[in-house]
Design a protein around this ligand. Sequence first.
Ligand code: ATP
Ligand code: MG
Length: 269
Amino acid sequence: MPPEHLASICKEWRRQLFTDREWVRTEEKPISPGEAGGYRVASAEFPFSAYLKPLRVCELHEPRAANEKIVADIASDLKLSVPPVLLYRRQNQPSNEEVRCCISLVVYPEHHEWGQIWNLSLFPQSVQLLVRDALSSYSKTFALDLLIGQTDRNNQRNVVLGADAASPPNTEFLFLDHAMSLNYGNRWDNMGWKKVEMVPIPDILKSSLRKDLVLDGADQLADLADAHVQDIVERIPEDYMASAHRAAVIAGLNGRKHLLRQFVEQHLI
Ligand SMILES: Nc1ncnc2c1ncn2[C@@H]1O[C@H](COP(=O)(O)OP(=O)(O)OP(=O)(O)O)[C@@H](O)[C@H]1O
Ligand SMILES: [Mg+2]
């Protein structure tokens, strides 16, 4: 969950589809772009920055920005640890770069990639226990990864520890990068969504998951009304995600949400 003082901004970003602000590039670090390309942006009189992506032009079967928005909206409704996202249509972009982008809110002043703690066995036992305890709180967020068929979680940069050094307890893991999920590459067409698979995750998360909490997350996702999921997906504009692709995403999410509990029962220890 984002810090309390951000609650109203997060609510607003959930309610809106597109940002109504102008965003300009900043050179702020430490965020470095991934495979899709992106950069930090800021907007006049808005207190937080954001990460804009993708720069790489997307084919219609690779709706990266739309996927980010849909997943962030579902996460917001379940209070999971994914920063809020808005769609952003770029103007005056270089001709070989994407127009149909999104921005992900940068909630914390500093971020540490979780890859830094993947070698947990090298840390003292007490630290190992503390890290695993902290990560276990994200078991419900993992249920969302199962629902959306996340393919990119075994990645050193796609979870970051957001921190506010001035306020040490104000620290949380943020689950990022949902571009390659849902019906990416049309993999959910022709009932392909029925195949629920274990999300590739690093050992550090695997050994921290609490099955009871993953099941709670699965049940909360299953309880999302079909019409609610449909509303989240249907408002995405045609050029960001074509209607046939949206239909597959709706069918997939509403079908898969009922397969999660059994999958978790069978596959998690
Ligand atoms: N909201 C955010 N808060 C903090 N850091 C962020 C945020 N969004 C992105 N980042 C940082 O930017 C990096 C790149 O973002 P992201 O993983 O979404 O793009 P990408 O790797 O290009 O995605 P893709 O899988 O589409 O190639 C992240 O690893 C992270 O360090
Ligand atoms: Mg990434």
